[in-house]
Design a protein around this ligand. Structure first.
Ligand code: IDP
Ligand code: MG
Length: 149
């Protein structure tokens, strides 16, 4: 079982696509184990996107991701990291396959709606930036959703 960090970026929030994106990941078979709406500050954005520091798009990326509230979520499931990335599609929406979130709903790399961790190591690091371990739910002891006893 893997966990991955998903961010519903400002463009998706402003376009009213949060539900659509969450629904697609849920329907794929990933389960929400943590979720929060927040406004990222520059310090958090710099940590989250540290790997991109120095790149030409970095200042614009920081400015955009901190421009309005987002939803941060942890999704859990078998191969969650790869599954979420595949459902999101390529970074550049022009190369993202139809059927993916980015391929169906966006046209610009800088406005590609959603973030997903790109490896298990990145996922662990990124999840810790947004959530404490105690805020991550476990379905292990949940009651059977289909049977009333
Ligand atoms: P990813 O989100 O698919 O993992 P990364 O390469 O990690 O893609 O880049 C992080 C984010 O930075 C992208 O989702 C996109 O919003 C932005 N970004 C990446 N490359 C460019 C670019 O060339 N121009 C504008 N924004 C970019
Ligand atoms: Mg990335």
């Amino acid at each position: 079982m893997e966990r991955t960090l998903v961010l519903i970026k400002p463009d998706a929030m402003q376009r009213g696509l949060a539900g659509e994106i969450i629904a697609r990941l849920e329907r794929r078979g990933l389960r929400i184990v943590a979720m929060r709406m927040l406004h990222m500050d520059e310090a958090l954005a710099r940590q989250h996107y540290a790997a991109h520091e120095g790149k030409a798009f970095f200042p614009g990326l920081l400015q955009f991701i901190t421009s309005s509230p987002i939803i941060a979520a942890v999704f859990e499931g078998k191969n969650a990291v790869e599954i979420a990335r595949q459902s999101m599609g390529a970074t550049n929406p022009a190369q993202a396959a139809p059927g993916t979130i980015r391929g169906d709903l966006s046209i610009d790399t800088g406005r590609n709606l959603v973030h997903g961790s790109d490896s298990l190591e990145a996922a662990e690091k990124e999840i810790r930036l947004f959530f404490q371990e105690g805020e991550i739910f476990s379905y292990e002891r949940s009651i059977d959703p289909w049977v009333f006893e």
